[in-house]
Design a protein around this ligand. Sequence first.
Ligand SMILES: *[C@@H]1O[C@H](CO)[C@@H](O)[C@H](O)[C@H]1NC(C)=O
Ligand SMILES: *[C@@H]1O[C@H](CO)[C@@H](O)[C@H](O)[C@H]1NC(C)=O
Length: 308
Amino acid sequence: MDGSKMSAAVLYFLLASPLLLAAGSPVHESSNGTVPLVLWHGMGDSCCNPLSMGAIKKMIEEEIPGIYVLSLMIGKNVIEDTENGFFMDVNEQVSMVCSQLAQDPKLKGGYNAMGFSQGAQFLRAVAQRCPSPPMKTLISVGGQHQGVYGLPKCPGESSHICDMIRKALNNGAYTDMVQKHLVQAQYWHDPFNDDLYKKHSLFLADINQERVVNETYKKNLQLLDKFVMVRFLQDTVVDPVVTEWFGFLKTGQAKETETLQDSVLYKEDRLGLAAMDKAGKLVFLASEGDHLQFSREWFNSNLLPYLR
Ligand SMILES: *[C@@H]1O[C@H](CO)[C@@H](O)[C@H](O)[C@H]1NC(C)=O
Ligand SMILES: *[C@@H]1O[C@H](CO)[C@@H](O)[C@H](O)[C@H]1NC(C)=O
């Protein structure tokens, strides 16, 4: 798998910005009054792809001089990192990240987090499970907080992998074997098989409190200052798109959707999201464009303020 090719399309708009091609300012590893930032990349991507996460990291370092940006690598190298985004047990990924963050002296005072696509729900799991060091603001860029039911398209050039994944999901997303080894199955949410989802989803049903209400999750998530969710208005990768704002399909069918505010999760406030909403901690943003495509101008005026 060639990580550098896979997401060439992903950040097309960013790369089109001439500013980005200008010589970068020097990177200062120590945080001087700036809040460190942790990035978690999406499916088919890696920590350090110069065309995606690498470009984002550099752009943020230019905008906020002195900031410490950690772009997570899941595995020993970029190839492993890319493959783990498809095949490594998400719960294991989250605990690996938790210990990496806990061991990083630069994050001791807390950090902001920005997750791209599936990286967004994975970082939310980090917030819920690992309150130390403290995550301050979580920005979800095209995340799938209620999972997906469909995988219409893979970003970049990983479409052959998506075909394979689609087959596996159709043949039994909730079997232990598929759950353990296929990342996308771990946030597969089948509205026609709600019981199976609740019982057998190893990752998403757990962090979304579908089986039991884990008071620790609820308490930890509410420690966030802000939880910002970005939805892409012309998204062709994520189905249904409302999952990017924590909405989903109504149970038992696959046409009608419901908002977060209409969901049982919110009405029973199983995760503390209703409380956060009332406290003004939930921010819903929309961006024109397909999955993960935004301009530098949009980023600067909409997301940068949360990182300063
Ligand atoms: C952090 O350090 C850099 C480089 O020395 C400087 O340009 C920047 O203004 C500093 N930021 C803050 C918030 O003090
Ligand atoms: C709740 O979450 C915490 C933190 O991950 C975990 O240690 C604990 O076992 C969970 N409790 C239940 C009932 O799942």
